[in-house]
Each structure stands twice: as structure tokens, then as C-alpha cells.
Design a protein around this ligand. Sequence first.
Ligand SMILES: Nc1ncnc2c1ncn2[C@@H]1O[C@H](COP(=O)(O)OP(=O)(O)O)[C@@H](O)[C@H]1O
Length: 190
Amino acid sequence: MINIVLFGKPGAGKGTQAEFLKEKYNLTHLSTGDIFRYNIKNETELGQLAKTYMDKGDLVPDAVTIQMLQSEVEKNPDSAGFLFDGFPRTIAQAEALDAFLASKGESIRATVALEADDEILVARLLERGKTSGRPDDQDEEKIRNRYQEYNEKTAPLMAYYQAQGKFYAVDGIGSIAEVTARLSAVLDTF
Ligand SMILES: Nc1ncnc2c1ncn2[C@@H]1O[C@H](COP(=O)(O)OP(=O)(O)O)[C@@H](O)[C@H]1O
């Protein structure tokens, strides 16, 4: 199994790139943001809980997110590998993921980060907010709050995966095809 973490700030292009990478490498794409939004749309209990955090640009609590992610992995027992998008976002989530995969005799092969400047990304998200309907993309204050959450809670994951020798970064600025090519150059080495 090849398990990959796609890493990057809000708006870095993880979802866009995941669409190409999952096809190319035959991976099961698990986007925690997409799963939460699906639950919000269907008005599940999980969705109602997640919405209170997401609308403010806060992270959903670890216990909720970890349990949800594990159940999504369990739903795909025959997967050739997972592409984790938007997860892990905290050290506690990364530790839980490592322990969970280890219990199945699996592990994370690599974490690949899409790098981009904050100001470019804030502008991208405001643009996306005009058509995406996402409440967290429409208000600059909420967007800034997501960057603060990222800097405080998610950025430390770079050192976490670097210490395991699993961290790779690519430039996330360029055309979609250019960025896909940069990511593929890293993933093709596995
Ligand atoms: N792993 C996670 N842990 C906690 N909250 C999460 C996680 N993944 C997604 N969320 C929630 O969903 C929101 C949207 O996430 P996502 O769709 O990945 O968008 P983006 O990367 O553009 O912020 C986050 O701001 C957060 O509230």
C-alpha cells in the first residue's frame, strides 16, 4: 500500500491536485473537508457539529475528525493506498494516523507539501468564495483565522514528518499541469 499525505495551506490546491493524483496512482482520495461538507449537506449529526467550527474557520476537534477518518479508511478495505487531503492537520491527528496505520501493518510513505505565499492564497480563496458557496471562503477574517489555525496547529507537522524522513515540498505556484508534474516527479520515486 502506498499512503500519501497531501499537505498545504488553505487554498494551496490540494483538492485540485488530488483529482489527478488519485487517478494516476490508483489511490483512494480522502478529503476531510469534503467529507465534512458532505455531512453538512446531508444534515447529519456529524455535519451539524462540524459546521459550527468550519463556518468560523476553526478546526473541528481532533477526536471527531480522527474517528471519522478511521471509519472512512475502514470503508475501503481493498484500497491500493490512500491519498489523505486535509488530514492530518494537528500533531495529535498525525500520531493517531501513524498508530492506526501501524495497527494494520501499514504506514505513511510520504508527505508532499504544496508551497505558496499567504497573500496569493488569501486572494485565491476570496475568488473561490464568489462561486464555491463555502461560507469559510467569503469573509477575509475567517480566511485569516484559517491561516492562524494552520500556523499554530498544522505547520508543526512539517517537522514531525521531516524527523521521519518523509517530508517533500514542491512549488504550488504555476499552472495546474505544472504543479501536477512537480508532484509526480516526487511520487514517481516511490
Ligand atoms: N483534519 C482536520 N481537522 C480539523 N478540521 C478539519 C480537518 N479537515 C478539514 N477540517 C475543517 O474543514 C474546513 C475546510 O477544510 P478544507 O476543505 O480542507 O479546506 P482548506 O484547506 O481550503 O481550508 C477547515 O477549515 C476545518 O474547519
